[in-house]
Design a protein around this ligand. Structure first.
Ligand code: FE2
Length: 183
């Protein structure tokens, strides 16, 4: 599957604007992580794009979230992508680099999005690592962004501060596609 095919599939299955933004954001962070770790950038981007593909079918039924996506993808993507998608919802052990990356990037995208939304202009370019670090430590801020999952990135020998920078850079790369006024 190409990146464009993954984007098309995302739009076919997800109608909620904020979820499209989330998927694009996770994908953009995955791309930067792949670059940093010298992995297959397109494969990691596609994994981010597709990881919540079943969300609108499973939101009432979270125990089958990810399992349904893997069913929907069938033989359209390789097993490594499907394993990462299963691992992000803890439907299998988190072992491989791509699995750890998706697990952590999913949560970091949420934290960065929340940090952007409280900025006066909702701009990402002014968001600093320092301010993101402060928000990470503030347990009352964006409670849904699981700090422990974000910390898993250290298993890939990436420290938190660097991960924050990678996340911000990734999302800046696609900033034109992130219309936070609609989020
Ligand atoms: Fe997600």
């Amino acid at each position: 599957m190409t990146k464009q095919e993954a984007i098309d599939l995302l739009h076919e299955n997800i109608k909620t604007e904020s979820l499209i933004i989330h998927s694009l954001s996770v994908s953009a962070i995955m791309k930067e992580l792949a670059k940093r770790l010298e992995k297959d950038e397109e494969k990691w981007e596609i994994t981010g794009l597709l990881h919540d593909l079943d969300y609108e079918f499973t939101k009432e039924n979270p125990e089958i979230h990810a399992i349904k996506t893997v069913e929907m993808l069938d033989d359209k993507v390789e097993d490594e992508i499907k394993d990462a998608i299963l691992a992000h919802n803890e439907k299998k052990d988190i072992e491989k680099d791509i699995e750890i990356a998706l697990y952590a990037a999913d949560q970091l995208a949420g934290l960065i999005t929340a940090a952007i939304l409280v900025r006066p202009n909702k701009d990402i370019e002014g968001l600093t690592v320092k301010s993101l670090k402060k928000k990470f430590k503030d347990k009352a801020f964006a409670k849904g962004a699981d700090r422990e999952k974000i910390q898993q990135i250290q298993r890939l020998n990436i420290e938190l501060e660097e991960f924050f920078q990678i996340g911000i850079n990734g999302m800046i790369n696609i900033k034109d596609k992130l219309s936070f006024d609609k989020a």
